[in-house]
Ligand binder design. Sequence first.
Ligand code: SF4
Ligand code: SF4
Length: 305
Amino acid sequence: MNHIRKTAFGYSTQCNIKCDHCVAAEDGHGHIKMNLSRARDIIDEMAAANVRAISFTVGEPILFINDILSLVRLCNKHGIYSRIVSNGFWAKTPIQADKIISELKISGLSQLRLSYSRWHQAHINRENILTAAVSCQKFGLDYFISFVTDFSNTDDAFEQFLKDSRLKYFPEPLLYFGRAQEFNRSQVFTDYPPHLCDMNPILSPELDMYACCDAGNRFAETNFFYLGNAKEYTINELFEKYEQHPLFNLIKTMGLSNIASFIGLKASEIVRYRKCELCAKLFNSSKNLKHLETAVESGLEFWKR
Ligand code: SF4
Ligand code: SF4
């Protein structure tokens, strides 16, 4: 298990495009941005709390390039690994891409993660992703492409473009949250996956911290992932809550399939769920959550081989 403290950092919810699958789309908070000096204070506090990696995500961070450069420099000063997740809108030409990438490199950014999918590419030319990646290679900035897919054949041509361009990419399952909630599910063939999840906490622009950056505030029935607000708790206290939560630890170590089996789901039912949907079945149901909270005290952790 990874004990390094790391977090996603939502500096702003603002994005310049509107992807049909966006998980952040239906939060109803509009465009919120953190105050820059508050964000700097939070990063100082994170450094003191031994947070070792920060990923600037949520919305499109490069819309606030000067602020983000200042935050990346601060991470660098503290020796914190920094990553930016971007849709690549700024890489229209090699000159434009080189300008941004060279600034990020000089500021000490550790890695750029470029988002790519048939939904992103309805708004951003896929050549932007290639141009951004080539610029990363030129300036020696580590990058990878997050290829969001529903694993349908429709995505094969999108994947082929990455292969043909010899770019470093990793498939990322589409999350059926936010706007994608109503999408048809393509059939996925697999055996009985353990569905372990590393989880990754996130700090929102309102300074709310959640234990999962993908689901965050989307488990509305139970608010299962909510840890608290950084105005009321120190960053260290919020991480302690995250680290000491017995069910979060079981999601990481025991996996969702075993937890589902413990509460009585049949194997034939478990394999029909995708990971995050199984997670919602278990933890966004007051009844199941109550059952599991009681079970933590009386044997859930021993429900393993
Ligand atoms: S680029 Fe990301 S944040 Fe922006 S709309 Fe698309 S999925 Fe949402
Ligand atoms: S499995 Fe659960 S904890 Fe992991 S990313 Fe999905 S919703 Fe979040």
